[in-house]
Structures are given as structure tokens and as C-alpha cells.
Design a protein around this ligand. Structure first.
Ligand code: F3S
Length: 283
């Protein structure tokens, strides 16, 4: 059995930096340590951190109730008001927002101050998008589907700045931007998709084209893993989405010559290695 593991599988730069920092803070600090939202969409890592005393604050309401401790702001970033809240409450924080996300915060803050309506191509419910919206000084709209783009086009604002969630699929971004370009109005389009995502997606598609089965590893709630699965399924009909080795159904790999493996940005290397080793030995 040949196994092709994507070089870009696993933690991206921003996630690696955030996870390492959370461990570092847990080790060094005497105070209670919290992350605002799970540090990554990976239960194993979150549970391991919990054992080291790093607890997750799930909601803004709970953050408001916090009296002391140190808060780690994860790579997804947060709205501007969260920084204000922590500063008002004089709660110490460590900001590990990914620099690529910070760049989007700066763009939308600047462009919305300049009077542009901000359009974010992405998933409205995703914390990164909530964070980006929280830096807009004026109005903002989140667009994920063609229908939403068509609807926006019915009466577009005069001046618009279009950015993307870092993990959005490039092809879908282009399609939506094409729809938004059908009418004439003042628009500034900035492709803010992170390279880590596009490289991971391109490599996954290349591998999926050449294998008999493809395994995509990642958390159930990880949107970048869901997108990887979508892309790989388009190239290889035997594509499986697993969280850990335990989800791998051995029967799926009977009479298969070549398996490809990729993983989302929040999948620890340990899990990728376990899966690839298992596939190599077992089949
Ligand atoms: Fe940052 Fe890109 Fe990862 S935006 S968190 S390096 S997917």
C-alpha cells in the first residue's frame, strides 16, 4: 500500500504559534489561565491543556464575569470590544491572534473609517468572522453563498471593501467576487485568504486526484477541515473525514493500492503520524 501524506497537513504557522504560547503561559504563570474560546478545534489538545490548568471561557458574558487571571486570545482573533473589556477590567491577556487575521482587522478598521461598507466573504458564525466584524466602524455584510451575493447586488452601497475569511476556498471567493462585480460601484477587493490554506487545499486536491482513497483528518467543527473534505471529495469519491485514528473504518481500505492523507490546520502531528503509520502497517 502506498501512502501519500500531504506536506502541508496539520498545524499552520498561526495555530502552532497559538498552541505553543498557551502551553508556555500555562507553565510559567502562577495565575489562572483561560483561553477565550477553545485554542483550536481539537478536543485532544483542549483536554490536555485543561489538565495543565488552562480553562476555556466560552462566552462574552462569562468573560465579563472574570475577576482575575490571564486570558489567551486565540489565533482567530476577537472584536475590538474584547480588548476594551479586558483593559477596563484590568485583566492581563496574551494576544496570539494570527498576524494574517490582524492584517484583516487593520484593513477593515481603516476602510470602514474611510466610509466603505465592509463585505466579508466567509461564514457568519465563525469566530474569525465575528472578530473581523468587530473591527468595522460602520456597516458590514457577510456573504457565503451565491444567493447572498445576488441579494447584496440588488442595492449595493456606494463604496465597498471586500475581504475574505482567511480559510475560505479561493475558487468560491472568486465566484462570489465575480457576482459582486456585475454592477458598477466603487469596490475595493482584497483577497485575504491565507496562503497556508490555499497551499493546503491545492496540495490536497493534487493528491486526491491520484489516489484510490483519501483521508482528511480534523476536528468536527474545524471549518478549514470541512473545506478540505469538500475539495478532496470532488477529486476522489472514496474520501473519509476522521477526527482521530479511532474513526478510521478499516473495511474501507480493502483492495486499495494508494491512500492519500491530509489534515486541517488544527490537527496535531501526532494524530497524522498515528493514522499514516496505521494505514501503512495494516493494509
Ligand atoms: Fe493564520 Fe492562516 Fe493559520 S490565517 S491561523 S496561518 S490558516
Amino acid at each position: 500500500m502506498e501512502v501519500k501524506v500531504a506536506k502541508t497537513a496539520g498545524f499552520c504557522f498561526g495555530v502552532k504559534r497559538a498552541v505553543e504560547k498557551a502551553y508556555e503561559v500555562a507553565e510559567k504563570e502562577q495565575k489562572d489561565v483561560y483561553t477565550y474560546g477553545p485554542i483550536i478545534h481539537n478536543e485532544e489538545v483542549v483536554n490536555d491543556l485543561a489538565q495543565k490548568g488552562v480553562h476555556v471561557i466560552e462566552t462574552e458574558e462569562d468573560l465579563k464575569k472574570l475577576q482575575n487571571g490571564i486570558v489567551v486570545i486565540r489565533s482567530h482573533g476577537v472584536p475590538k470590544r474584547i480588548y476594551s473589556l479586558l483593559e477596563e477590567k484590568e485583566i492581563e491577556y496574551v494576544d496570539v491572534t494570527c498576524p494574517f487575521v490582524l492584517k484583516i482587522h487593520r484593513i477593515v478598521e481603516r476602510e470602514s473609517k474611510a466610509g466603505r461598507h465592509i463585505v466579508i466573504i466567509g461564514n457568519e458564525a465563525h469566530p474569525e468572522v465575528e472578530g473581523i466584524r468587530g473591527w468595522c466602524e460602520g456597516e458590514s455584510t457577510v456573504i457565503k453563498t451565491k444567493e447572498q451575493a445576488e441579494k447584496f447586488l440588488e442595492s449595493p452601497p456606494e463604496k465597498v471593501c471586500i475581504v475574505s475569511q482567511t480559510t475560505f476556498n479561493y475558487k468560491n471567493f472568486q465566484e462570489l467576487v465575480e457576482i459582486l462585480a456585475k454592477k458598477r460601484y466603487d469596490k475595493l477587493v482584497l483577497n485575504t485568504i491565507c496562503n497556508a490554506t490555499s497551499e493546503r487545499q491545492a496540495e490536497a486536491a493534487e493528491i486526491a486526484k491520484t489516489v484510490d482513497a483519501m483521508v482528511v483528518i480534523g476536528g468536527r467543527h474545524s471549518s478549514n477541515t470541512q473545506k478540505l473534505y469538500e475539495i478532496c471529495s470532488g477529486e476522489c469519491k472514496n474520501t473519509y473525514y476522521i477526527q482521530t485514528l479511532a474513526d478510521l473504518d478499516s473495511d474501507s481500505f480493502q483492495s486499495i493500492q494508494c491512500v492519500g492523507i491530509t489534515a486541517g490546520a488544527s490537527t496535531p502531528n501526532k494524530i497524522i503520524e498515528e493514522v499514516s503509520k496505521h494505514v501503512r502497517i495494516k493494509f
